[in-house]
Write a protein that binds this ligand. Structure first.
Ligand SMILES: Cc1cc2nc3c(=O)[nH]c(=O)nc-3n(C[C@H](O)[C@H](O)[C@H](O)COP(=O)(O)O)c2cc1C
Length: 266
C-alpha cells in the first residue's frame, strides 16, 4: 500500500554520506511505490533558534512564555508559515525519517531547532490542551512510524555495550523516547553507520546497500517497545507500578522486558 514518508535531514554538503543516504532512501522508497517528501533543513535556510520571532502575535506581550505562546499560536493559526508547513508535512506522513550526523551525541542544532519549533503545544505536547493526559504513546503524532538514521564518526566498538561512549541507543533515548515516542510515534530501532568519516568507496557502497535493505522493512520492523503512559504500567501517569520492571530503574525500565537486549544497546 502506498505510504507517505517524510525525510528530514541536516547535512548541507551534497557529497556527504548523509546526503547519499537521503538519495538512497528517496530512490528506494519511491521504487516501493511510496510518496517521499523531504525537509532539507540547510537548503531551506531553516531558522534553528526558537525565539520571539516565532510569535508575531503574542498572547502575552509582556513576558515570553514559550509554552503558552506555542499553544496560543498553534490554536489560533498564528504560527509562522515555515512551522505550519512542516506540521502539515508531518501530519500527512505515515513515517518520518530523521537523517543526521551524530554531533556531540545528538542532533545538529538545526534539526533540534526543527523539533523545538515544529513540535507545538497542543499538537506534540499538551495535546488537545489536556496537559500530560496524552503522552508517551498518545498524542498528535500517534501511530506514525519514526526512524533515526544516524552517521557516527566513531567505531561501532566505542558504542558497544561496554564501549567507552556508551551504547548508541541509550545515548539517543532523549530523541527516540523523549521526542518521538512522547507525541505518540512508533519508534523503530535506530539505523547507524559507524566509522562514517573513514569509509572508502567500498564502505560507502556497502552502507548504502544495508540502508536500502533496512528500508524494505520500514513498515514491518517492530518498534522499540517503550511503555506507554496510558497502557497500565504508570497508574498515576508518573511512576511505574510496583509490579512492573521490578528491580529496574533508569532509562531501560521504560522499555518492556520482552525487548531483545540489543534494542536498548545498539
Ligand atoms: C560538530 C561535530 C560533532 C561531532 N560529534 C560526534 C560524536 O559525538 N560522536 C561521534 O562518533 N562522531 C562525532 N562527529 C563525527 C560525525 O558524526 C561524522 O563526521 C559524520 O557522521 C560523517 O557523516 P557526514 O560526512 O555525512 O557528515 C562529530 C562531528 C562534528 C562536525
Amino acid at each position: 500500500m502506498q505510504k507517505n514518508i517524510l525525510i528530514v535531514h541536516a547535512q548541507p554538503e551534497p557529497t556527504s554520506l548523509n546526503r547519499q543516504l537521503v538519495d538512497v532512501a528517496e530512490q528506494a522508497l519511491c521504487e516501493q511505490g511510496h510518496v517521499v517528501l523531504q525537509s532539507d533543513l540547510y537548503a531551506m535556510g531553516w531558522k534553528a533558534v526558537f525565539d520571539a520571532h516565532d510569535f508575531p502575535v503574542r498572547a502575552d506581550p509582556e513576558r515570553l512564555c514559550f509554552i503558552r505562546e506555542s499553544g496560543h499560536a498553534y490554536q489560533h493559526g498564528l504560527q509562522t508559515m515555515d512551522v505550519a508547513a512542516e506540521q502539515e508535512k508531518l501530519l500527512a506522513a505515515d513515517a518520518v525519517i530523521l537523517q543526521f550526523p551524530l554531533w556531540w551525541f545528538g542532533m545538529p542544532a538545526i534539526l533540534k531547532g526543527w523539533v523545538d519549533r515544529v513540535f507545538a503545544y497542543g499538537l506534540a505536547y499538551g495535546y488537545q490542551g489536556a496537559g500530560n493526559r496524552y503522552r508517551y504513546g498518545d498524542g498528535g503524532f500517534k501511530g506514525k512510524r519514526a526512524l533515526l538514521s544516524v552517521t557516527v564518526g566513531g567505531p561501532a566498538e566505542d558504542y558497544s555495550p561496554r564501549g567507552i561512549n556508551g551504547p548508541l541507543e541509550q545515548l539517543l533515548f532523549p530523541i527516540t523516547h523523549g521526542t518521538l515516542f512522547y507525541p505518540g510515534m512508533h519508534v523503530l530501532p535506530t539505523h547507524a553507520v559507524f566509522g562514517a568519516g573513514r569509509l572508502d568507496a567500498q564502505g560507502v557502497a556497502q552502507a548504502k546497500a544495508v540502508w536500502r535493505a533496512r528500508l524494505e522493512r520500514l513498515f514491518e520492523d517492530r518498534p522499540i517497545p517503550f511503555r506507554s503512559q496510558n497502557g497500565g504500567d504508570y497508574p498515576d501517569g508518573h511512576l511505574l507500578a510496583d509490579g512492573v520492571a521490578v528491580g529496574q530503574s533508569g532509562l531501560s525500565a521504560h522499555v518492556a522486558s520482552d525487548a531483545s537486549p540489543g534494542q536498548m544497546q545498539a
